[in-house]
Write a protein that binds this ligand. Structure first.
Ligand code: ATP
Ligand code: MG
Length: 401
């Protein structure tokens, strides 16, 4: 059966072949195609060296040239083209000491992680399946290429990748492969946190995460990972796919409101999202007053609060207090948000400078405190959002220390 993405990428393969080299589709795209799953990025593996690829195509980007990867830019998209590689010895359980470019497809697929990821396909959709990956796909089995212990010992990330493929595909793990995972699980400690997080993000959002999360717990995988090593992961259950950042926020609310996420080396945006979401989840159940509810929506925004409510099932599952559904539900959040006369401090009709001019006092922390109280006044309809009325109201109601 034809596939649009492969059809689009075909000219890359054919051009390489016209220059006398071999080229194949390989990896996740071939696996997903055979499973009739939607494919995303198409990876190409070739006998041509990176220099030869740069020579063949007018437009290329050397995104990982020393590892053999060149991006070929075509009119309709970009394709990662990687030279057949074999790997030297491993000393540190995560990176080969050397990679060699080779001219033989077999050598290249032999160093790949799982049989289902080691199938090459040429431009006529002919498979080159040296390790019976197709059969494993049909039977839904995750099996390493070659002896599992050796392959996990070379690169412990493969253990985590195996579990994340299980979470995504719902496959079972071959017996020997699982035993090797068990035996070598402590080698996860050698991995960089960046590589761990990439796999965990996919694992935790995988359709079949319920099962693989149980394996993660059984294997005590989290004991060997930064951040998670400080949590009691046996006390936390994941029984449906969730976003990684939500998972972290829930863990923090359940076990350790002060946990530092910085060891996970996430982007500032992700870190900020996690801390705001955990603050909201922490505060929501304690809200009984309308004024506090309004302030929370004003401070955090309705979207984040609605998102927190969408995690109610996960909170209940993990014995985290949930908000009172009669007071706080999607409807009351939306209604209350709509009633707010101002959305943020920029909407307030007075600025810090206005307060300084009006009071003739020196600046200090009081300015911020006064603005905070003025916001509360407006949010709770005690004073209209107009400059003169706000200043008048401040004189009467806001005590300045
Ligand atoms: P996805 O659909 O999530 O992209 P994928 O199988 O394509 O899954 P990638 O991380 O994109 O995974 O890697 C592409 C291919 O490179 C894999 O299919 C596999 O053949 C090989 N590979 C990736 N990581 C490793 C590894 N740690 N050890 C051995 N082979 C690997
Ligand atoms: Mg991929």
């Amino acid at each position: 059966m034809m596939n649009t993405l492969f059809e689009q990428a075909k000219p890359v393969l054919e051009t390489i072949k016209q220059h006398g080299h071999d080229a194949y589709f390989v990896g996740g795209a071939v696996r997903d195609y055979l499973m009739q799953r939607e494919i995303h990025d198409v990876d190409i593996t070739t006998s041509a060296t990176p220099d030869e690829i740069e020579h063949i195509f007018p437009k290329t980007v050397p995104i990982g040239k020393e590892h053999g990867t060149i991006n070929v830019v075509m009119e309709d998209g970009q394709y990662e083209v990687t030279t057949f590689r074999a790997e030297g010895d491993y000393d540190d359980h995560r990176r080969p000491n050397e990679v060699y470019f080779v001219r033989d497809l077999y050598e290249d697929v032999k160093r790949r992680d799982f049989t289902m990821n080691a199938i090459a396909m040429d431009s006529d959709y002919q498979l080159h399946d040296y390790f019976h990956g197709q059969k494993d796909i049909e039977q839904g089995v995750i099996r390493t290429v070659g002896p599992a212990t050796e392959r996990f010992d070379e690169d412990a990330l493969r253990i985590l990748r195996g579990l994340r493929f299980q979470a995504q595909l719902g496959f079972s793990i071959d017996h020997d492969t699982y035993e090797a995972m068990e035996a070598l699980i402590n080698q996860l400690a050698y991995l960089s946190v960046e590589r761990i997080v990439v796999e965990l993000q996919k694992l935790i959002a995988g359709k079949h995460v319920g099962e693989s999360y149980q394996y993660m717990r059984k294997l005590k995988a989290f004991n060997y990972m930064p951040f998670f090593e400080h949590f009691n992961m046996d006390a936390f259950t994941v029984d449906r796919p969730i976003e990684f950042n939500d998972f972290i926020a829930l863990l923090i609310v359940q076990q350790s409101p002060l946990a530092a996420t910085s060891v996970l080396k996430l982007s500032n945006k992700d870190k900020q999202y996690i801390s705001r979401l955990s603050e909201v989840m922490h505060q929501l159940p304690e809200i009984s007053q309308k004024t506090v509810f309004r302030r929370l929506i004003y401070d955090y925004g309705a979207d984040l609060i609605l998102h927190a409510l969408s995690l109610n099932d996960m909170m209940e599952r993990n014995e985290i207090a949930t908000p009172n559904p009669l007071v706080i539900n999607t409807q009351t959040v939306a209604e209350t948000a709509q009633q707010l006369p101002i959305r943020n401090r920029q909407d307030l009709a007075v600025t810090g400078k206005d307060l300084l001019d009006h009071t003739d006092r020196k600046g200090g922390p009081w300015v911020n405190e006064a603005l905070y109280k003025l916001e509360n006044g407006v949010i709770n309809n005690q004073v209209p959002n107009s400059k003169d009325l706000l200043l008048e109201w401040m004189d009467k109601h806001v005590e300045i220390q």
